[in-house]
Design a binder for this molecule. Structure first.
Ligand code: NAP
Length: 306
C-alpha cells in the first residue's frame, strides 16, 4: 500500500507539536492536522509561568517557538478537522471534511474544549458579553464590570489577566474555597480589583442584546438575586475532543482516551497524548512529555509492523 505518511498527528497543541518534533527528527514522514491555528489552549493563555526553561512567557510566543522547532525538522502542518479514523488491514485512513490520508500510525492529540454551564442565556449571548477566552475578548471590557465563573487555575489566572482592562472582576465560585494553585490564589487575593463571591451558582445570564447581569443563587441561604455585570467569562473546566473516536477507542469516565504508559490506545497503531487523555495532570509540561512518548512508541510500532 502507498502510504501518504508514517504518522498523522491529530491536533497541533503542545502534545501534537512535541510528537511532531520527535517523529520528524526520527525521519518519519509526519503530518500534523490542526483544525485552527496550532497552539491549542496555550495560544489563548496570557502568560505561562510553570513551563521549565521560561520564567514567564506569553502563550502565543511559546507556541510560536514550538511551531518553528517542528518546521525545522520538515514536519508538515496542515489545516483540517478530522472526522474519522478508519482502521485498515495495515495502517489507517484518516478522513477530514474534504481529504483522506493513508498512514501507518496515528497520534490523537486533539485536546479539550471549554465546558459550558448549560444555563439560559449562555449560548445566545456568546460574543455579546459571554466568553470562554479572556485573552481574546478581555480588551472589550475596558473599565467595565465582569464576572468570572469557576474556581480553578484557569478562572483565577484569567481573572488576574482581566484586571488589565476591567474596573472590577468578581470570581463567582460554587464552593467556599478556590481550587486554583495557592500561588495564583495569593496573587488574586492581593489584587484590589478582584472580588470573590463564594457558594454561589449562576442560574441564568440575563440581557436582551448584550449581557446585563447574572441571576445568581446563594447556596447557603437559597436566595436568588440579579448580579449586574457587562461580561461573563466562563472557566469551569473542559471536555476532551473525542467525539470522532467514541466508537473506536476506549474512553474513561471523563470522556478522555485511555492509554497505557506508552500512550497506546486499545487499537494497535493509534496513540493518544496530552489533554485528550484520561489522566491525572493537565499541564503543558505533561503534554509535551506524552507527545514525545507517543512519537517514540509509534516509531517502534512502525519498525515492528511495516
Ligand atoms: P478545573 O481545574 O477542572 O476547575 C474547574 C472549576 O470550575 C472548579 O473550581 C469547579 O468547581 C468549577 N465548576 C465546574 N463545573 C461547574 C459548574 N457547572 N458550575 C460552576 N462551577 C463549576 O478546570 P481549569 O481551571 O480549566 O483547569 C483545567 C486543568 O488545566 C487543571 O488541571 C489545571 O491545573 C490546568 N491549568 C493549569 C494552569 C497553570 O498551571 N497555570 C492554568 C490553567 C489550567 P469545584 O472546585 O467545586 O469542582
Amino acid at each position: 500500500m502507498n502510504f501518504n505518511y508514517d504518522i498523522v498527528i491529530l491536533g497541533g497543541g503542545p502534545a501534537g507539536l512535541s510528537a511532531g518534533i520527535y517523529s520528524s527528527r526520527a525521519r518519519l514522514k509526519t503530518l500534523i492536522l490542526e483544525r485552527q491555528t496550532p497552539g491549542g489552549q496555550v495560544l489563548i493563555t496570557d502568560k505561562v509561568e510553570n513551563y521549565p526553561g521560561y520564567i514567564s512567557i506569553a502563550g502565543y510566543e511559546l507556541v510560536d517557538k514550538m511551531v518553528q522547532q517542528v518546521r525545522n525538522f520538515q514536519c508538515e502542518i496542515k489545516m483540517g478537522e478530522v472526522k474519522e479514523i478508519i482502521p485498515l488491514e495495515k495502517g489507517f485512513k484518516v478522513k477530514t471534511e474534504g481529504e483522506e490520508f493513508l498512514t501507518k500510525s496515528v497520534i490523537v492529540a486533539t485536546g479539550r474544549q471549554p465546558r459550558r454551564l448549560n444555563i439560559d442565556g449562555e449560548i445566545r449571548l456568546i460574543g455579546r458579553g459571554v466568553s470562554y477566552c479572556a485573552t481574546c475578548d478581555g480588551a472589550f471590557f475596558r473599565n467595565k464590570k465582569v464576572a468570572v465563573i469557576g474556581g480553578g487555575d484557569s478562572a483565577v489566572e484569567e481573572a488576574i489577566f482581566l484586571t488589565k482592562y476591567a474596573s472590577e472582576v468578581t470570581i463567582i465560585h460554587r464552593r467556599d474555597e478556590l481550587r486554583a494553585a495557592k500561588y495564583l490564589q495569593e496573587r488574586a487575593f492581593q489584587n484590589e480589583k478582584i472580588k470573590f463571591l463564594y457558594s454561589h451558582i449562576p442560574l441564568k445570564i440575563v440581557g436582551e442584546h448584550f449581557v446585563e447581569g447574572i441571576l445568581l443563587k446563594n447556596l447557603k441561604d437559597e436566595s436568588e438575586f440579579l448580579f449586574e455585570v457587562d461580561g461573563v467569562f466562563i472557566f469551569i473546566g473542559s471536555i476532551p475532543n473525542t467525539t470522532f473516536v467514541k466508537d473506536l477507542l476506549n474512553l474513561g469516565e471523563g470522556g478522555g482516551i485511555i492509554t497505557d504508559e506508552k500512550m497506546e490506545t486499545n487499537i494497535k497503531g493509534i496513540f493518544a497524548a496530552g489533554d485528550v487523555r484520561e489522566k491525572f495532570l493537565y499541564q503543558i509540561a505533561t503534554a509535551v512529555g506524552e507527545g514525545a512518548i507517543a512519537a517514540v512508541a509509534a516509531e517502534k510500532y512502525i519498525e515492528n509492523n511495516f
